[in-house]
Write a protein that binds this ligand. Structure first.
Ligand code: FES
Length: 224
């Protein structure tokens, strides 16, 4: 590991300029300090690059594969009803789609179809379907739709929303500051619904029970 050599006592040699030069030019045995430092730096840089690449791939993967964060195909209204045959989807009950982290709700139940078009606002009326982000605007839990009253109820702190994600105003309906957030959506000519889960519109301010814009619960009692 070193160029330095101790001379045997029998052959003493002064460390003259020439002797030091000769020692420097001598073939190094094993790995020199310079090579060790170079390899350590190279290894560190390679590890860093690997981590950056893996991190970027992990971040972009959902967008590349059509998962959450990208465009997600939901299907036609018939597909949704078929996949949720135990739920009253035709009556406007929300259907859950874990891949999109969304609830899909038919808005006007007198029209049993989605309407072709694009809706970047998330309102959904032009398409007759609204896609709600599953995340409660209070602290992020997932509200569940209740079959009894057709409202969403958040299991964490009790925020309540009508079936279209509008928050009922008043402390007794929970602490969420607004309605559930919505996704940009489009319905193609073949009737398939697609969501852009990278585009979220914040939900509107709460509406008092009895006021227009909030659908009253179907039952005075809920599921929680
Ligand atoms: Fe939903 Fe608190 S997280 S009410």
């Amino acid at each position: 590991m070193s160029n330095y050599q101790v001379e045997p006592a029998a052959r003493p040699q002064a460390l003259t300029k020439e002797a030091i030069k000769a020692l420097r030019n001598e073939q190094v045995q094993g790995m020199s300090r310079r090579t060790l430092i170079r390899r350590s730096i190279g290894g560190g840089v390679a590890l860093w690059l690997l981590e950056v690449t893996a991190g970027s791939l992990g971040f972009l993967w959902p967008n590349l594969t059509g998962g959450f964060g990208g465009i997600v195909k939901i299907g036609t209204l018939s597909d949704i009803r078929l996949a949720n045959s135990n739920l009253p989807i035709a009556d406007g009950f929300p259907a859950y789609f874990p891949d999109a982290r969304a609830y899909i709700v038919l808005i006007d139940t007198n029209r049993q179809q989605f309407v072709q078009g694009d809706d970047t606002t998330g309102d959904g009326h032009p398409l007759n379907v609204r896609a709600l982000y599953q995340r409660c605007p209070h602290l992020g839990c997932r509200p569940n739709p209740c079959l009894k009253n057709f409202w969403f109820e958040c299991p964490c702190h009790g925020s309540r929303y009508d079936r279209l994600g509008i928050k009922a105003d008043g402390a007794r309906f929970g602490p969420a500051p607004r309605g559930m957030d919505r996704f940009s959506a489009s319905v193609k000519a073949d009737g398939n619904l697609w969501l852009d889960t990278g585009k979220i519109t914040l939900g509107p301010l709460p509406i008092a029970l009895g006021q227009p814009g909030l659908i009253p619960p179907k039952s005075p009692t809920g599921c929680i």
